[in-house]
Design a protein around this ligand. Structure first.
Ligand SMILES: Cc1cc2nc3c(=O)[nH]c(=O)nc-3n(C[C@H](O)[C@H](O)[C@H](O)COP(=O)(O)OP(=O)(O)OC[C@H]3O[C@@H](n4cnc5c(N)ncnc54)[C@H](O)[C@@H]3O)c2cc1C
Length: 409
């Protein structure tokens, strides 16, 4: 429920009501065994208008893996999202201008779908509506964290909104405030930042032909281009694109006339879906890998982009954050059974032990994929060519890759 002023203390305070913070709050509140668990979500922005695509939920889309769908299905979130999601029936991987292409299909993998694509505005509105309707969650919007101090049993926060200012105690502070966290800076938690020298241009694009549930991952000389299936809008066959290009090219692309832009995109993507008939508003995101040097402290845990921001090439950022979130909830629940509170360092260490291997693998896999597929070095091009050909020839390799993509590996 939306509140105008917070209580003096909560079991859990979540800073950031974005995709990760909101999902964590909702899943925890619906699945916890502790019926009187108190949860506060502090979000810096104002609530979204019903038809808004602005604010913290932009014109991007998110590909959720099959594993993520299962995690979201543990709470009521998936039942709301499902009607706006488009199933990924197959993934086509190709390298522009070179031999070698492979297709991974849900049929071959014997699953209902490899994943689902959902527009961030739908995801955002669903989560916001749920937070607002939840009787168990206190949701404070247009508010900010002005300071954090560790205390004997958790953290003490100074929360501000307009002229008002409150001191709030939390047993566990969950930071889910995205890639630029002033709270981390305050606490002296630093990040390792690696810039990829690429920008992601994102947009919704209409094509002449229907996508038939195919997601395309195409590697080009400047970087990867993902074309993801979206729900039809009226009669338009829509896809969401994430087009990684170097910063100079992104500047140029952002200033192109639509006809010129269509030509440029068509040249990169080809004619698999026929002519491009329309390109929507463009968004642009500089691409970095940003990793927190610490993810836990007594009474504190980092979730989502503030813990690890990844290149979107493999669409893993949110999917990994959802698995982190699920592991954290399992660890908190385990702690309750053993008589520990949710901010107990032993609980948080159990969480890190559960998740660090998954995090390491996804971070390394994503980073390797970017360097392999963004390079024009002959040796890497050869690896690419044989990589794709081997995938096409050997079903067990496709199965391994499919498991990773589905978040089941
Ligand atoms: C182009 C692109 C495409 C992507 N595609 C995919 C994909 O297909 N699949 C996938 O799994 N992942 C994808 N990702 C990654 C995914 O978008 C991120 O993992 C996800 O957005 C992380 O969410 P978050 O809640 O951690 O951060 P954010 O979305 O940044 O949310 C942070 C929230 O905290 C709030 N906030 C910030 N500071 C404060 C404060 N001091 N006080 C209160 N509130 C605060 C902000 O207003 C915001 O609401 C993609 C990323 C990019 C850039």
């Amino acid at each position: 429920m939306i509140i105008n002023s917070p209580q003096n203390s909560y079991d859990i305070v979540i800073v950031g009501g974005g995709m990760v913070g909101a999902t964590f709050a909702l899943t925890l509140s619906e699945t916890t065994s502790k019926s009187n668990l108190t949860i506060l979500v502090v979000e810096a922005t104002a609530p979204l208008a019903k038809d808004s695509i602005e604010s913290n939920f932009d014109s991007r889309s998110t590909a959720l893996s099959l594993g993520s769908k299962e995690i979201l299905g543990e709470s009521s979130i998936w039942s709301d999202l499902y009607k706006n999601a488009e199933a990924i029936r197959s993934i086509n991987v190709s390298d522009k201008g070179r031999l070698g292409t492979t297709t991974i299909s849900s049929e071959e993998q014997n699953v209902e779908a490899l994943g689902f694509v959902i527009e961030n505005k739908d995801l955002g509105l669903t989560l916001q509506n749920r937070l607002t309707a939840s009787p168990k969650i206190h949701f404070l919007v247009s508010a900010n964290i002005k300071g954090v101090t560790p205390r004997a049993n958790g953290m003490s926060l100074r929360v501000g909104r307009g002229e008002s200012d409150w001191i709030v105690a939390s047993t566990l502070l969950v930071l889910a405030d995205g890639g630029r966290s002033p709270v981390c800076r305050d606490l002296g938690i630093s990040h390792i930042n690696h810039a990829y020298n690429q920008h992601a241009i994102v947009s919704n694009v209409a094509f002449e032909k229907a996508h038939e549930g195919v997601a395309f991952e195409r590697f080009t000389d400047t970087g990867p281009l993902a074309v993801l299936p979206l729900r039809k809008f009226e009669t338009e066959n829509r896809c969401s694109i994430v087009w990684s290009v170097n910063p100079d090219e992104s500047d140029e692309i952002l200033h192109l006339e639509e006809a010129e832009l269509r030509k440029r995109l068509q040249n990169s993507f080809g004619y698999r879906l026929g002519e491009i008939t329309r390109i929507g508003r463009l968004g642009c995101f500089p691409l970095n890998q940003v990793l927190a040097r610490e993810q836990i402290r007594p009474g504190l845990v980092l979730l989502g982009n503030v813990a690890h921001t990844l290149h979107p090439v493999a669409g893993q950022g949110m999917n990994l954050a959802l698995r982190d979130m699920q592991s954290l909830i399992i660890s908190i629940e385990g702690g309750f059974k053993d008589g520990m509170d949710c901010g107990d360092m032993r609980v948080l260490q159990r969480y890190m032990e559960r998740q660090s291997d998954d995090q390491y693998q996804v971070i390394t896999f994503t980073d390797k994929l970017v360097s392999l597929f963004s390079s024009s070095a002959p040796s890497e091009m050869l690896v690419r060519k044989f990589g794709l050909l081997s995938l096409e020839l050997f079903p067990f390799l496709r199965k391994t890759l499919a498991k990773k993509a589905m978040g089941l590996g």
